[in-house]
Ligand binder design. Structure first.
Ligand SMILES: [Zn+2]
Length: 360
């Protein structure tokens, strides 16, 4: 999730140390991208699960043979054997050197984009912001984006409305058919965990989806807006009217990350260091809310800033002791994908409206 612009990491701690082998650069030809994407892109041979001893041996002697590992958590993590999101005709990388992730993340993202372009004439680009750094770890101005599972993408915009990176999505600018196709592909064909999308955009998308005959009960299960679903996939978060934050589950890379954690620590390939994040309070916030945001405690922040009051003063900049660390994760749980009911059900007719927007 993009943090408010006021956040700045004063010292960006590297959580991965030592010489890592150069990660293989993934180059997926456009036509094969979708086919390769779902599951098959990892360098790790997965026919037979490796024993713990074998994992430890390879961590010490042959790290690159293990394939990608997503370590820790999105806000306290690292990646090993990352791949770089390739260039493509249908998307534009805003910052290629911040476009590292696991093959699963890259594959899911490409598959979803290809799906949109298979459905509609491929004239609209998706702009892709930060994924992660090559070895993960803190990436300003975000709190997450550390473990190779987070991606910021643009919305699809109408070509006659000045598309570009970080444009405001509205009824005026948004290409609803393509954006809905993207969201739908991410939800139904990838292991997406969350999509952070501004409420105002959720409203437009959900209305559009209903108009093209999507199942209302299914939409209520995935959208936060207008539903009581306790764990919606599409959630509102501040700052996401200009881009979508996508977080994926990575069944393979997370699993391997859990199993290799101790061996990686023993080899000093992951470590921990301290730094400080700086946060400018906006008003009406409490110390507790800020602590929760940064995964720390009231006491730690109060001590670092000499505070006696839990109310934060608007405009004041607070220092938050920040640990660039790789959290130990005990277990990886990948929920099943939320699929819409089979077509043929009464409420679903796939009459997709023609894409809006000029151009061609
Ligand atoms: Zn983000």
């Amino acid at each position: 999730m993009a943090a408010p612009a006021a956040i700045e990491l004063v010292s960006a701690d590297l959580t991965v140390q030592g010489d890592l082998p150069a990660a293989a650069t993934l180059s997926v030809p456009r036509s094969e991208a979708a086919a390769t994407a779902l599951g098959a892109v990892s360098a790790a041979p997965t026919d037979e699960p490796l024993s713990d001893d074998e994992i430890a041996r390879r961590v010490a002697e042959d790290l690159s043979s293990l394939g990608a590992m997503s370590l820790g958590r999105p806000n306290a993590g690292a990646i090993i054997n990352a791949v770089q999101m390739p260039e493509g005709e249908n998307w534009e990388l805003v910052t290629p050197y911040r476009s590292w992730a696991t093959p699963e993340t890259v594959g899911y993202l490409i598959a979803a984009i290809e799906k949109v372009n298979a459905q509609f004439p491929p004239s609209h680009k998706l702009y892709i912001g930060h994924l992660s750094r090559e070895h993960g770890g803190p990436l300003r101005p975000h709190r997450s984006h550390q473990s190779g599972r987070d991606v910021d993408t643009s919305y699809y915009y109408r070509l006659d409305r000045n598309p570009g990176w970080y444009q405001r999505a509205s009824a005026y600018t948004l290409d609803l058919p393509r954006t809905w196709a993207l969201v739908r592909a991410l939800v139904t064909e990838t292991d997406v965990e969350y999509l952070f999308i501004d409420r105002s955009v959720q409203r437009l998308l959900k209305k559009y989806a209903l108009e093209v005959g999507e199942n209302r009960a299914w939409l209520d299960r995935i959208f936060q807006l207008g539903s009581r679903e306790p764990e919606p996939i599409i959630r509102h978060a501040w700052g996401h009217v200009t881009h979508i934050h996508v977080r994926f589950h990575n069944p393979q890379a997370q699993q391997l990350g859990v199993r290799a954690y101790d061996a990686l620590r023993a080899q000093r390939l992951i470590g921990s260091k301290f730094g400080y994040a700086r946060y400018r309070a906006e008003g009406g916030e409490t110390l507790t809310a800020m602590a929760k945001r940064y995964g720390t405690t009231d006491e730690i922040i109060a001590r670092a800033n000499g505070l006696r009051n839990i109310r934060l003063r608007a405009g004041r900049v607070y220092s938050i002791p920040y640990r660039g660390r790789v959290r130990r994760v005990a277990e990886v749980v990948i929920p099943s994908r939320r699929q819409p009911p089979e077509p043929g059900g009464a409420s679903r007719s796939r009459s997709v409206a023609a894409p809006e927007g000029g151009g061609r």
